[in-house]
Design a protein. Structure first.
Length: 116
């Protein structure tokens, strides 16, 4: 691992720990006993759906973090998946999960928005 990405790696590890704690809290909230009152049960169901969405978001971000950490370990972090050029450091600082340079990301985004 190069020192160039040491700070980003530390940020990713910190975020990974925070997300794992958040997921643990979500799991604990979901497994607690429900209320007997039907109105409270409806509210709990609605809350559970929100909590589930937050859990899915955290799980997705954990996947991105693991992928970025693996790329750092393999010395491929910061290389654009499409053109192979280095992704500017400023982009990686702002979005540490970036897998494409701005130009390639823009092209990929346009292609994904085209009607199929």
């Amino acid at each position: 691992m190069t020192d160039e990405y040491k700070e980003i790696r530390e940020q990713l590890l910190t975020k990974q720990g925070e997300l794992n704690r958040r997921l643990d809290n979500i799991k604990n909230n979901i497994t607690r006993a429900s209320s007997a009152d039907s109105q409270e049960q409806a509210q709990e169901l609605e809350n559970a759906e929100v909590v589930d969405a937050l859990g899915n978001e955290a799980t997705h971000e954990l996947h991105l973090i693991a992928k970025a950490l693996d790329q750092i370990k393999k010395n491929t972090y910061g290389d654009c998946l499409d053109c192979g050029k280095s992704i500017p450091s400023a982009r990686l600082q702002a979005y540490p999960f970036a897998e494409r340079c701005i130009g390639c990301a823009t092209i990929a985004e346009r292609q994904s928005q085209r009607p199929g």
